[in-house]
Design a protein around this ligand. Sequence first.
Ligand SMILES: O=C(O)CCC(=O)C(=O)O
Ligand SMILES: [Fe+2]
Length: 243
Amino acid sequence: ADDASQKKLSDYECTHPPYKMHLLSKSPLVIYIENFVTDEERLHLQRIANPHSQGHFKHSAVLKGGNSAIHSVRTSQSTTVDRDAVVRCIEARALDFQGFDVPESHLEPIQLVKYAVTERYHFHTDWFTNPSYATVSLGGNRISSFFGYVKADNITGGGTNFPILDAPRDERWCKFIDCDEEYESGVTFRPIEGNVVYWENLLADGRGDQRTLHAGLPVVSGEKIGMNIWTRQMPLPADVRGD
Ligand SMILES: O=C(O)CCC(=O)C(=O)O
Ligand SMILES: [Fe+2]
């Protein structure tokens, strides 16, 4: 099976799916994107995250600390994935989406996050609140985030809640956000495979935007695998990029 998937990878050609965007908020900028990650890519990510089915997921974050406005408690497990042709294709899409002129060197390695039943990620911001994590030599702060759903079949719970965002009123949003949530609870995105939420983390002056506070709500049943693609203000050190 490994040979088969290796062979398939050597014939692989990067093509981008016709994803569909919906503007959720102009300030902070939040864009919901349907079908940003294809089924083939999702299955590939699940496979490379679990090379020996034991999993490479760890309870410690890659860059831990500093990125918490309130709590950084995360019971989920995270891992980065090797930059193979499929991963590069997703990276290229994330760069193109941001207007073509973000250099590849500003992208952190794609991070996958896995949640079993009851696991969650408490309220936090993706931008580092501790300036020592966001120095020029470390690539500065995280200008933007893509959070996508790589695996979420038969899941209950596990939405992504942004408590400070205003919930949109049009019913067509109810496909993507939990419309049973109280208006005061902000916006909770449903975990829907292939879709991603994109947002900008920093204000125009470079300070972190508190309104991007969010949490991964506890998974009630099923398993969830999410994907983070973070873009920095400046190039990352080569060893962090893994080049
Ligand atoms: O799991 C989620 O819904 C959100 C995860 C998240 O915010 C993160 O990994 O930074
Ligand atoms: Fe986050």
